[in-house]
Design a protein around this ligand. Structure first.
Ligand SMILES: [Zn+2]
Length: 288
């Protein structure tokens, strides 16, 4: 596969240590990440897109200056599958707002959650999610946004977001909707189902079979250790965890063995930059 491309690693938002060292704003994050050898950053807008357009543009120029690839995590209140049509139509609006912010940030992808299937039959929830995405694709085209929307695999069993469901949702408009695989979520929703290198490879294979090899090669990923219960995801942990997993070394082994080059965003609780660097170190060691 593409020998010139390499995996990129970075944090979801800012580590506790970033602030402990006296930094105050995300504009300062890119020099900080570069100094630590990282090359990706996911801007967090889970609670909403509150920053000004100017702030987004400053982040874009700082990220470009230090060679950091930026992505955006869109609002958590987006629900593609809500039983309430008004919430779904508002979600179309939040998606176009996220696309606009992503373009200003220079982010090529923004991540959205598909929503809950708690109140509806799963198939009915999927149909609603597909309908919302059709409307979002039209709105994104009409407004001419360039960023792609990433549909994320989710950690709770009652959320839409198995690998198969994400593939099906991306198929609504494969030019605009890209899969985002959160391996911690998949491990949590299967109660620790990701145990071996092959378990990771199978997920890349499913993406390649469902959406084409290019989507698997350049996959946008989230990776963190996540505590789970019988219902799936409970809480994000750090790499100090050795109970819940999934195992980062086997993940990197699978990536290197397949020759794929994902962007890997670490969502550890407070140590996301440190744990991203830990994964990058393993990667650099394995590709030597
Ligand atoms: Zn997410």
């Amino acid at each position: 596969m593409k020998a010139t491309r390499k995996c990129k690693f970075g944090p979801a938002g800012n580590s506790l240590s970033f602030y402990a060292e006296g930094n105050k704003s995300t504009a300062q994050a890119f020099a900080w990440l570069k100094a630590r050898g990282l090359d990706a950053y996911e801007y967090q807008a889970g609670k909403g897109l509150y920053a000004s357009d100017d702030t987004f543009r400053i982040i874009k120029s700082k990220a470009a200056e230090y060679g950091i690839a930026v992505s955006l995590h869109g609002p958590y209140f987006i629900s593609l599958s809500s039983a309430d049509d008004d919430i779904r139509m508002k979600s179309v609006r939040y998606i176009t707002q996220s696309a606009s912010a992503a373009d200003m940030l220079g982010a090529d992808i923004f991540v959205v959650h598909s929503g809950s299937a708690a109140k509806l039959e799963r198939e009915e929830a999927m149909r609603k999610a597909e309908d919302t995405l059709e409307k979002a694709a039209s709105a994104m085209s009409a407004e001419g946004f360039e960023a792609k929307a990433g549909i994320e695999t989710m950690g709770k069993i009652n959320q839409l977001g198995t690998v198969d469901e994400v593939i099906r949702l991306c198929k609504v408009c494969p030019e605009k909707f890209y899969p985002v695989v959160d391996f911690g979520h998949l491990n949590a929703r299967t109660n620790g189902g990701i145990k071996t290198e092959d378990d990771y490879k199978r997920i890349f294979d499913m993406i390649a079979a469902g959406l084409g090899p290019e989507r698997a090669e350049n996959l946008h990923c989230h990776f963190s250790k996540i505590e789970y219960t019988g219902m799936g995801e409970k809480k994000h942990l750090t790499f100090a965890d050795d109970k819940y997993g999934p195992d980062e070394r086997l993940f990197i082994k699978a990536v290197v063995s397949l020759g794929v080059t994902p962007t890997v965003i670490c969502e550890s609780d407070g140590t996301m930059a440190e744990d991203a660097k830990h994964m990058k170190n393993i990667y650099e060691e394995m590709i030597k």
